[in-house]
Ligand binder design. Structure first.
Ligand code: TRP
Length: 466
């Protein structure tokens, strides 16, 4: 055994807390808000199938690699990569992987907090009975009036950002761990209640089910494959160091493979359940599945407005969404906060305040991209309407996270010594290890590179230049 480092930020009380925290990071707006609307935009079943294949063949092996690097380095991703590269006598530039992660985290959280703010405002709007008996038109005009008013969206964005920073400022045990141990059981409880309720009351369940699981590959384009792969990274929180830093707080005796698989399964289950709850309502009301980021805000309130107990269950649903977003947003900023503490001697409170202010400010641009500063942006055949928001979303989820994940896979399989990876993964050198190694050294890198080159039209672009 080599001597093991410990993290100056502390450690989870047990491997179960890690599973809760990593599941908390993974399960978020990505599952409940984004997965349904991008599935709608990309035609349903075939997209879902590609997404599931990406989770299994790319997501799980990279999650194991990311947790492993984190636990080996036991620092913020920037310093973890610096230390591992130094010790292994590798190129110093591996530290850029950490930097890109911090940047991606800022960018993602900047818009994530705005959408979480929408959800927060819908908790109160639903509780006040605003949707009682509302028609589809009524519900969508409530939504469009809300997002077209920058002041109120800004206020909710601010509240959510403060909520995030309060947790992060309290540290690993006192903040992150406490939050996930209360919020995650509540989240699962609410989800179960809602699914039970939906299963017993929905009319168009089979239509929704077919939309999600009947694969019609004629609807698939190069960019839907890129979106599916990008979403696999996004939903599992991979490729930017969030899972790496959570791994750096993982007790030494916990199994990386088992915990990673558990987290991925839980995350996938939540996304599919959310889809099963949402699409039946879309079809029952003759709504458009491809209507974009407003999908759940335009559909679910219709159902809540007409069901028995809808005000109660609707409020519960948006509360679930806020909890899910909250346990994710803390992981998006933790790498930057940990780095400020490690390298600049900030205490956690100051580090949280400063990172919060920066992210909040960038978020203003997303707030405006739904009203004052709305501009169209053509992206590979799709016309995106909310310029800044869409650009940041595509840049992070479809490009930065896959590139980050690719680098993690390459580092873990080709640079890190076999001795280290065998010892850290702790599953021996048998078949399980070999499968993992094959996936991260060949399958994942090749798949990610092909999808990126294809969708981003890199080859025709290069031909044009030369
Ligand atoms: N996975 C979260 C979701 O699905 C979002 C998230 C949290 C995330 N941490 C991340 C995405 C790190 C990418 C990287 O909502």
């Amino acid at each position: 055994m080599t001597t093991k480092r410990t993290s100056i930020h502390g450690q989870w009380s047990s491997r179960w807390v890690f599973v809760l925290a990593a599941t908390g990071s993974a399960v978020g707006l990505g599952n409940i808000w984004k997965f349904p609307y991008i599935t709608g935009e990309n035609g349903g079943g075939a997209f879902v199938l590609i997404y599931l294949v990406c989770i299994a063949c790319i997501g799980i092996p990279i999650m194991m690699a990311e947790v492993m690097l984190g636990r080996l380095g036991r620092q913020s991703p920037i310093n973890t990569m610096r230390t591992l590269a130094q010790e292994g006598k590798h190129d110093k530039r591996w530290v850029w992987l950490g930097w890109m992660g911090v940047l991606a985290g800022f960018l993602i959280l900047s818009y994530y907090s705005v959408i979480a703010g929408w959800a927060l405002s819908y908790v109160f709007r639903t509780a006040s009975g605003a949707f009682m008996g509302a028609t589809a038109d009524g519900v969508s005009s409530i939504f469009s009036q809300f997002v077209s008013n920058p002041e109120s969206v800004l206020a909710w964005h601010t509240i959510f950002m403060v909520m995030t920073m309060v947790v992060v400022s309290r540290g690993v045990r006192g903040g992150l761990e406490k939050a996930v141990t209360y919020l995650m059981p509540a989240l699962f409880g609410i989800l179960l209640i809602l699914v039970g309720y939906a299963a017993s009351t929905t009319g168009h369940f089979t239509e929704g089910f077919d939309f999600l699981f009947n694969s019609d590959f004629s609807k698939i384009t190069k960019d839907s494959v890129l979106t599916a792969m990008g979403h696999a990274f996004f939903t599992l929180s991979l490729g930017m160091g969030a899972i790496m830093i959570y791994g750096s707080y993982l007790p030494q005796d916990a199994s990386i493979a088992k915990t990673s698989i558990m987290v991925s399964l839980a995350d996938t289950l939540v996304a599919l359940l959310a889809g099963l709850a949402i699409f039946p309502i879309v079809f029952a009301n003759g709504l458009e599945p491809g209507s974009g980021p407003g999908l759940i805000f335009n559909t679910l309130p219709i159902a809540f407005g007409h069901m028995e107990g809808g005000t109660f269950f609707g409020t519960l649903f948006f509360l679930l969404l806020v909890f899910a977003a909250w346990t994710s947003s803390i992981s998006l900023i933790e790498p930057a906060v940990a780095w400020l503490v490690e390298n600049h001697g900030y205490n956690r409170l100051n580090a949280s305040v400063w990172t919060g202010i920066v992210t909040w400010s960038v978020g203003l641009l997303t707030v405006l991209s739904f009203n004052e500063w709305k501009f169209s942006f053509p992206f590979l055949g799709q016309n995106k309407e909310n310029g800044f928001f869409d650009i940041v979303d595509i840049l992070t989820a479809n490009i930065m996270l896959p590139v980050g994940g690719l680098m993690i896979a390459i580092y873990a399989s080709r640079f890190l010594s076999r001795k280290h990876s065998v010892e850290e993964l702790g599953m021996g050198e048998g078949d399980a290890y070999k499968v993992w190694h094959l996936l991260v050294s060949y399958v994942t890198p090749i798949a990610v590179i092909i999808v990126l080159i294809n969708a981003l039209n890199i080859v025709p672009f290069l031909k044009q230049i030369f």
